[in-house]
Design a protein around this ligand. Structure first.
Ligand code: SAH
Ligand code: SF4
Length: 407
C-alpha cells in the first residue's frame, strides 16, 4: 500500500449500518440537493426543481407537514407523484413518558436488520426550562464504547442512525409539542414561556457516540440549522463526544456547532478505566484538539462534562487538577451528578462533596453549574427506558404503541 502524504486522517466511524430501509423512503432528513435529486427521479424538470424543493422544505420544516396533501402551494399532480414514491414519515413512537417537571422521553422504533426482526430502539429526551427547551438527541442505537458509568454502553446492539432518523427526532418533538408555525402549542408543566420555541436547543447527548457517526450527524445538523427551516442556530446546538480526537476539528469546520467533551477524569490511568476510548486518545491529545477547535473563543466556549462518582473522581485534588488542565482553554465546566442505574456499582458523590468540588472550580473563574437531575420519576439515566421496554412481550409493546398513537 502506498501512503498518501498530507492525507486527511481516516474518518473514524462505526462500521455498523445494518438495517432494512423501508420500501417507500421518507424525505425527512435529506439535504436540499438530495431533495432536488428525488424530484428529478419523479420527472420534475430541472428549471423547476430548486423552487419545488424550497416549497417542500418549507412545508416540512416550517409547517411540520406530515402528509403531502397539506402542501397546498404544490400542484395536486406533483403531490400525488410524491406520495406514490415517498413519505414524510418520522420514526415510530412506541412510548412517551411525561415527568411531573415537564421532562418528556420518547422511545422510538427504527427498522431492524432483517424483515420481521426485533426493531431497533432509541430514546429522545426533552427538557423544558422557562427560557429554552432542550432536546437530547441520539446518534446511534446503543454505543460501541463502554464507559463504565453509562448504561448505553452496556447495550449490545449497535447501529448508526441515518440523517432522517436524527432529524426525525426533532420532528417528533415539534409534532408532539405543537412547535410548528401555525400549530397549537401543547400546554403542560414546565414548558418555555410564550414567544420561546418549545425546542430551542439541541444537544447530541442521547444514545451513541456522535463522532462515530460523523457524516450522518453532520448532515442532520445542517438540516436542523437551516435558516429557512427548523432554524436552530449552531450556537444552540451542542455535540458531546467522549473524545474521538480525529473528528473534533471536523466538527468545528464542517458543522460549526458548540462542543462538549466528556472528560470525567483528570488522570490518564483513571480515564482509561472510566472512558476506555482514553486508551486510544489520551487526555493530552484530547485537550490539544480542544485548544485548536475551530471557532473557539470566550464567547464560544467548550463545555467539559464531569460526572461526579463517589470516591472515584471527586476529590478536591481532582478539582484542582481539573482547573490546572483546562488553563488557557475557553471553557465551561458542567458537573453532572451520576444517575445510577440497576446493576451499576458506582454511586453519586455526596452533595457536600459536589459543593466543595464546585467551589474550587468556581473560585478558578468558571461558572460551574451542577446539572440538576431532571425527570427522575420517568427513569433517570439515558438508555433506561429502552431497556425496560425491551423486557416487555410483543403484545405489551403493541399496547404501548397503541397508547402512543391515541395521545
Ligand atoms: N457519547 C457521547 C454523548 C452521549 S452521553 C459522550 O459520551 O459524550 C452524554 C453525557 O452523559 C456524557 O457526558 C456521558 O458521559 C454522560 N453520562 C452517561 N451516563 C451517565 C450517567 N449514568 N450519569 C450521568 N451522566 C452520564
Ligand atoms: Fe457511549 Fe457516551 Fe455512553 Fe460512553 S458515555 S458509552 S461514549 S454513550
Amino acid at each position: 500500500m502506498t501512503s498518501v502524504p498530507n492525507a486527511q486522517p481516516a474518518l473514524e466511524k462505526t462500521p455498523l449500518e445494518r438495517f432494512v430501509a423501508p420500501d417507500k423512503p421518507s424525505l425527512v432528513g435529506l439535504s436540499r440537493a438530495a431533495l432536488a435529486e428525488k424530484l428529478a427521479e419523479i420527472g420534475v424538470p430541472e428549471r423547476a426543481r430548486r423552487m419545488r424543493a424550497q416549497q417542500i422544505w418549507h412545508w416540512l420544516y416550517v409547517r411540520g407537514a406530515q402528509d403531502f396533501d397539506r402542501m397546498t402551494s404544490v400542484s395536486k399532480d406533483l403531490r400525488a407523484a410524491l406520495a406514490a414514491r415517498f413519505t414524510l414519515a418520522r420514526p415510530d413512537v412506541v412510548a412517551e413518558q411525561v415527568s411531573a417537571d415537564g421532562t418528556r422521553k420518547w422511545l422510538l422504533q427504527l427498522p431492524g436488520e432483517h424483515p420481521g426482526e426485533k426493531p431497533h430502539l432509541v430514546e429522545t429526551v426533552y427538557i423544558p426550562e422557562t427560557d429554552r427547551g432542550t432536546l437530547c438527541v441520539s446518534s446511534q442505537v446503543g454505543c460501541t464504547l463502554t464507559c463504565v458509568f453509562c448504561h448505553t454502553g452496556t447495550q449490545r446492539l449497535v447501529r448508526n442512525l441515518t440523517p432522517g432518523e436524527i432529524v426525525g427526532q426533532i420532528m417528533i418533538a415539534r409534532d408532539r409539542l405543537g412547535d410548528w408555525t401555525d400549530a397549537a402549542r401543547t400546554a403542560g408543566a414546565g414548558l418555555p414561556v410564550e414567544g420561546v420555541r418549545a425546542v430551542s436547543n439541541i444537544v447530541m447527548m442521547g444514545m451513541g457516540e456522535p463522532l462515530y457517526n460523523f457524516e450522518a450527524v453532520r448532515d442532520a445538523l445542517h438540516v436542523a440549522a437551516d435558516g429557512d427551516g427548523i432554524s436552530i442556530s449552531r450556537r444552540r446546538i451542542t455535540l458531546s463526544t467522549s473524545g474521538v480526537v480525529p473528528n473534533i476539528a471536523r466538527t468545528g469546520s464542517e458543522i460549526g456547532c458548540m462542543l462538549a467533551i466528556s472528560l470525567h477524569a483528570v488522570r490518564d490511568d483513571l480515564r482509561d478505566i472510566l472512558v476506555p476510548l482514553n486508551r486510544k486518545y489520551q487526555i493530552g491529545e484530547l485537550l490539544a484538539a480542544c485548544r485548536t477547535y475551530p471557532g473557539l473563543s470566550n464567547a464560544r466556549r467548550i463545555t467539559f462534562e464531569y460526572v461526579m462518582l463517589k470516591g472515584v473522581n471527586d476529590s478536591l485534588a481532582d478539582a484542582r487538577e481539573l482547573v490546572r488542565l483546562l488553563k488557557g482553554i475557553p471553557a465551561k465546566i458542567n458537573l453532572i451528578p451520576f444517575n445510577p442505574w440497576p446493576g451499576t456499582t458506582y454511586e453519586c458523590s455526596d452533595w457536600e462533596q459536589i459543593e466543595q468540588f464546585s467551589e474550587i472550580v468556581f473560585n478558578a473563574g468558571y461558572a460551574s453549574p451542577v446539572r440538576t437531575p431532571r425527570g427522575r420519576d420517568i427513569f433517570a439515566a439515558c438508555g433506561q427506558l429502552k431497556s425496560a421496554t425491551e423486557k416487555l412481550s410483543a403484545r405489551e409493546r403493541m399496547a404501548l404503541r397503541a397508547m402512543a398513537m391515541t395521545d
